[in-house]
Design a protein around this ligand. Structure first.
Ligand SMILES: CC1=C(CCC(=O)O)c2cc3nc(cc4[nH]c(cc5[nH]c(cc1n2)c(C)c5CCC(=O)O)c(CCC(=O)O)c4C)C(CCC(=O)O)=C3C
Ligand SMILES: [Fe+2]
Length: 375
């Protein structure tokens, strides 16, 4: 018999993800959902639609989430954590309101949310909380009992997130031709966001100079690079770079872009590059298209050997990390002393997003934070 772990006061976990199309007919309505009111140029949308059509209109994200659900349920059952896991998305079916209705019907009163986004930022955190508030309002309008929802803290520096990525980089280095392996650089990539949004990411005291978004990514890059050096005995120079920029060209977004970076490295005589997509929890269209297709083609034109390392996905260590975060947060809610697990220098992230964390351009209600209208 495994030890019994205590999730009290929580009675459910909600896996909350971005969502993605599962066939050609889904692509345009999905893109409309994602970009409603976001001011993305029509041209860019057409172009991004083509990325999806190239893969039959199917994003890998939903199957990745199904695999993660399985991994979480197995891990919880194997460790005596009796907590049902539900799944819903912000932008595609199953929509967030579906599991929330189900939870209301199942009598769940306290729900913990695991977002498939590890870092601070409006897009990666507050927007998830805004969509939660909208979904709760919809339930309320239907006369359903609305559960209280809390969000797990950012897990970017949890060993269960960092270690699988370090393994991935080590594996990608090993795949490179032997004569260029030793001198390979690592390009850690994440989603570009407007610099104004980066600068205001995280709690107010972390704003400025790229904010919590850039600092958290730099920390993960350093942690992975350190782990890789320990394992390979080689110091591979690294840099944090960006991908998947959208929005109007006159608005500054985080740079350099991965493709420009590959050109620059090649011109500087770097013999090979491993692209490590630390900004993504699993394989998304951004990974399949922007890295595996576009950036890889650019590298081939240059004659620069590149490999793309694995995302964390449904790795058992990530599932175990989620269990650890659930048990930690439950103990915090019960008023018990806990030692939150985190690697590196930044320390564990806040348990509850404070007022003013990752502000929106136009303020809207957001659940699961200090400024939630739902206590
Ligand atoms: C920080 C961040 C993450 C990481 C955190 C997280 O994982 O949440 C992320 C993830 C994702 N982004 C995704 C898809 C899209 N993002 C878009 C647009 C945008 N993303 C932004 C930021 C982020 N995005 C921003 C600032 C915009 C501009 C519009 C706006 O201000 O909101 C657009 C519109 C077209 C375009 O312009 O690219 C699409 C289609 C998918 C699903 C992919 C799949 O289907 O596999 C995933 C996981
Ligand atoms: Fe995005």
């Amino acid at each position: 018999m495994p030890d019994v772990l205590d999730a009290t006061p929580y009675d459910a976990l909600l896996l909350l993800s971005f969502g993605g199309p599962e066939g050609p007919d889904d692509v345009v309505p999905f893109l409309e959902n994602v970009t409603r009111g976001r001011g993305i140029p029509k041209e860019r949308l057409k172009e991004v639609g083509q990325h999806y059509f190239l893969f039959g209109g199917v994003s890998p994200i939903n199957d990745q989430n199904r695999a993660l659900l399985d991994a979480l349920r197995k891990d919880f059952a194997g460790h005596g954590l009796d907590l049902p896991v539900y799944w819903g998305n912000r932008n595609w079916a199953p929509y967030l309101t579906d599991p929330l209705r189900e939870m209301a019907a199942d009598g769940r009163r306290r729900v913990l949310v695991l977002a498939t986004s590890a870092y601070a930022s409006y897009s990666g955190c507050r927007q998830y909380r805004e969509n939660l508030a909208d979904a709760l309002a919809a339930l309320e309008a239907e006369g359903l009992a609305v559960p209280r929802v809390d969000k797990l803290r950012h897990y970017f520096n949890h060993p269960g997130f960092v270690e699988p990525m370090a393994d991935g980089v080590v594996a990608s280095l090993a795949e490179l031709p032997e004569d260029v392996r030793e001198g390979a650089h690592i390009a850690f990539t994440t989603h570009s966001i407007p610099t104004a949004s980066a600068d205001t990411s995280g709690p107010a005291e972390e704003h400025g100079d790229g904010g919590a978004y850039v600092r958290q990514h730099l920390e993960v890059a350093r942690l992975v690079a350190d782990a890789v050096r320990e394992r390979t005995g080689t110091e591979h120079p690294w840099q944090l770079v960006y991908q998947s920029r959208s929005g109007a060209p006159h608005i500054p977004w985080l740079e350099p872009d991965i493709c420009d970076h590959l050109e620059e490295r090649h011109a500087a005589g770097v013999p090979a590059v491993v692209m490590a997509p630390i900004g993504f929890v699993s394989d998304h269209m951004e990974v399949l298209y922007d890295l595996d297709t576009e950036a890889t083609a650019r590298a081939r034109e240059l004659g620069l050997p590149v490999r793309r390392s694995a995302t964390v996905g449904a790795d058992a260590r990530f599932a175990a990390a989620v269990r650890d975060l659930v048990v930690e947060r439950a103990a915090v809610e019960r008023g018990q002393d806990v030692t939150p697990c985190a690697l590196g220098a930044l320390g564990p992230s806040h348990q509850v997003c404070p007022v003013g964390c990752c502000p929106a351009r136009a303020p809207r209600p957001a659940a699961a934070g200090a400024d939630s209208p739902y206590a």
